[in-house]
Design a protein around this ligand. Structure first.
Ligand code: MG
Length: 378
């Protein structure tokens, strides 16, 4: 990246003109950037750029369809080191290029001269405004990446995890016509577990179509699509017979009493996704669900995700690490936690055609963490 571009981004904080085909933030070096830096002070310097992810397939879940996802690519510079972060903002979550621009522009990170003071810095970021969880996550991820690069260690190592303990990742199959589902499942042959979106009245058709192609384990994500708990229980029994291993967000996220009944009777674990956002939610869900799906974009980033994982474990709950449609930046950050989870759904970067980064990869269905510092991307 040339100096004039960097200065341009840094001086305005935002690249004018909105999303473009190729982002300026098209690579994230593993340590100190060579050559001259625009960095002029001792405080943290934040810059960001809006970008639109192009989805390989139209993505359909229980409530909507779409072909792009807006993201914000973020950098934090300090003493010649550069950390990269990302906010992924699927429209249904309420954040956008506009809201993220407003939030990130309001941050005064140059007041912090020590990036290791995560507590102070991220408490400040969280307190600037309510919501904006993905925008907050972008700062958290960039700060973690920066720190990892300064100490020259990947985060899985800083946390003391074994790189070999990564799980397989699920690959998501969206709701579609049988011929399209068949084609997508054939394309997904390298993966060892599929996550099937259901909840739109074609559940049996989706599962039966997939079972004609493959016998690998499945999980299902209902996205709150089931309305009656007795019907839901019948479906779960049927799904178990079809080789499904857990059920994500079967019913309304607000109806914890119904979820508690369903979880108590269900032969499969139930996992909260829409029903869990941040650390404070986790203890409230004990008994209502068997486990939680942690996503960096919901919970403001790695620092809180790491705490959620530990609290869920202390409560004897299952843990899944998930993602939105994201570049390899967000996915590789989340993957740093993956050696400690029961299941991973880290296919967000595999669903897009214009990923500006390289990071975590999938081999024989298993998440492979790169031996690179920070969150492991270039
Ligand atoms: Mg889900």
């Amino acid at each position: 990246m040339k100096l004039d571009r960097r200065k341009f981004i840094g001086s305005g904080g935002l690249l004018a003109g909105g999303a473009c085909l190729l982002p300026l933030f098209s690579a994230c070096n593993s340590g100190k950037e060579g050559g001259e830096s625009s960095y002029t002070g001792s405080g943290l310097k934040l810059s960001f750029e809006p970008f639109d992810l192009q989805l390989k397939h139209v993505f359909t879940i229980a409530s909507f369809s779409r072909t792009t996802t807006p993201v914000m690519l973020v950098k934090i510079e300090w003493e010649g080191f550069v950390g990269c972060g990302e906010a992924s903002m699927p429209p249904y979550l309420g954040e956008s290029h506009e809201t993220a621009t407003k939030f990130l522009s309001s941050l005064k990170l140059d007041q912090f001269t020590d990036p290791f003071r995560l507590n102070e810095i991220l408490a400040y970021v969280d307190g600037v405004a309510k919501g904006n969880c993905a925008a907050k996550a972008s700062v958290d991820i960039a700060l973690h990446d920066l720190i990892g690069k300064i100490v020259d260690k990947p985060w899985f190592q800083i946390w003391g995890y074994n790189q070999e303990d990564t799980p397989v990742t699920t690959f998501t199959i969206g709701i579609d016509k049988p011929e399209m589902v068949t084609e997508k499942v054939k394309e997904a042959a390298p993966y060892k577990m599929l996550k099937v979106k259901i909840g739109r009245g074609t559940d049996e058709e989706m599962i039966n179509t997939i079972r004609k192609v493959t016998d690998i384990p499945l999980c299902v994500d209902v996205n709150q699509g089931w309305k009656d708990k007795h019907e839901a229980l019948d479906k779960i029994h049927w799904l178990k017979e079809q080789g499904v291993v857990f059920v994500e967000q079967p019913m309304d996220k607000y109806d914890l009493d119904t979820m508690a009944w369903l979880t108590q009777h269900s032969p499969l674990p139930t996992i909260a996704d829409e029903g869990v956002q941040r650390l404070v939610d986790v203890p409230k869900l004990k008994g209502a669900y068997s486990g939680i799906n942690i996503k960096l974009m919901k919970c403001t980033g790695l620092r809180e995700a790491h705490k959620m994982l530990n609290v869920a474990r202390a409560l004897d709950m299952k843990v899944m690490i998930g993602c939105m449609t994201e570049t390899s930046c967000g996915v590789s950050a989340a993957a740093q936690l993956s050696p400690m989870v029961d299941w991973a759904d880290l296919d967000g970067n595999l669903l897009i055609s214009n990923d500006p980064y390289e990071g975590v990869i999938v081999q024989n269905g298993k998440v492979i963490l790169p031996n690179r510092s920070g969150i492991g991307i270039i």
